[in-house]
Design a protein around this ligand. Sequence first.
Ligand code: M6R
Length: 609
Amino acid sequence: MCGIAGYIGEEQAREIIIDGLKRLEYRGYDSAGVAIAGDKGLQIRKAVGRIENLEKLMAEEPVSGNLGIGHTRWATHGEPTKVNAHPHTNEDGTIAVVHNGIIENYAELRTWLKDEHGVTFKSETDTEVIAHLIGLMYKGDLLEAVFEAVSKLSGAYAIGVVCADEPDRIVAVRNDAPLIVGLGENCNFLASDIPAMLKYCRSIYFIENCETVLITKDEVTIFNAKREKVKRDIYHVTMDADAAEKGGHDHFMIKEIYEQPQGILKTIERRLDENGRVKLDGIKLTRKELSDIERVYIVACGTAYHAGLIGKYAIERFAGIPVEVDIASEFRYRNPFVNAKTLFICISQSGETLDTLMALREAKKKGARVLSIVNVVGSSVARESDDVFYTWAGPEIAVASTKAFTTQMVCLYLLALYMAAENGTLEEGQFTRVMDELKRTPELIREVLSRENAIKKIAKRIYKNENVFFIGRGLDASIAFEGALKLKEISYIHAFAIAAGELKHGTIALLDMDTLVITLASQTALNDKIVSNIKEVKARGAEVISLAKDGAVKIADESDDVIYIPECIDEVAPILAIVPLQLLAYHIAKLRGCDIDKPKNLAKSVTVE
Ligand code: M6R
């Protein structure tokens, strides 16, 4: 959601910034722009749509200079037009601002700037307010002007500012939206995320909330909210640069689907000791604290929330502790029973989802201990949690989350097994049975992936459907939600998921011969019940494609088609069952000609509430 890329050094800034913006494309955007400072003052170029449009414009109207900021905008205030695209400037065009986030008091500020200072606004954005505010405060010192201006802002934001009169510096501020600074040789970088600068540097500073940073070619100075200089440790990025490339695949999504066995293996290996027991190295949760926990709260959004539903099952079943799962954006607005005896688990691939971050802070205020399951090392959620359980999925670039989901489920199983072992709630035989099967999941997923052609065939047959229902029972109900989300977000097909037993309480009224129902039947223990649901659906004329384990004869007899997954215990079946649904969504979207990695209206990292 909005991307910022900035450069100051000895090279032409335009190529480096455009390259950085391209690497942030996964965040989602609908327009792009740059401000380059050079001999000709600030040169601003903006275009609606893809970065290629901006590049075309820059070829027609070239810019030059060794300092600049760039932006990909995901529209919030005002449509995705050229005027609303960033950077925005003050009235005389000497100060340019890029911004990620939302300025909540922008309407009051806009009125004040108009009425009291006669400012004329060009765009509908909240960002333009920042540019005018800085312009108003500017008395020959950009850093001072930014300090003054941000003291008037409320909301969540990361901003980058350049000034024609000070073409040797970038000033940037962070408040609840990600911002990092990269340290190069005779140059420095600014960005929303690491991939934007991975090609040029590996040493970075994470900018913290309410910090302002002054970046010159040779120096980076960080200030806290009291304008005091702060010292920051350098973080050395170990991420493989290739990991953020497609590596011969058509899309990041399919590459990431295929990376699941290796991600799961890594996630498991890092958490097992030589005796095959779960170890929580680096997690400070003591045995005593664990035994004091009365309730677990899992909070997340989207796909991560679906992983949380599976986690509820695993923790309740193995560790015998009651678990509540909540959507992060809802959590804050209730009065949840969270206290010092609550283990609050946040799940987030990016670690930057603002809804999740806000819920985390709320839980901390109430005294809960926060353990997060996060993929991005050093992200906001990770840094603000008491403990972090990393998913070692590697960078997930496609908007549709795949490998993060399966590794999140694996983390939750490991955590549940650890708690069970500590609390003595699972017999040794049961522990070994689940753990052994969990260890086998990478190999089982490889088997699922080897069956991609069968899924492609089904995709070909059904891709024109406009209405798809996903049903399932128990663990399969959560996978139905995730399967439907995958399909709708990348293929734009209307997909609706519901617990199979709930269908008859209303939703069944929608079924007829034009509906396709994907029935999840990976839970052998619930097969008889799901067979009844298939019959109900078939009786209304709907077509049924089921997902079942190899040899599920009864399911096959009742269904029009079956997607098979290898035999495994019911407890770990969700980790396998989602994979064919990811593949199905992918191939359907491909056949429909959709922009799979960058679906419309979506952003990878949702940094607004
Ligand atoms: O980065 P997070 O895991 O916190 O993101 C949460 C959701 O925004 C995310 O899972 C979203 O639902 C995905 N697009 C689903 O594929």
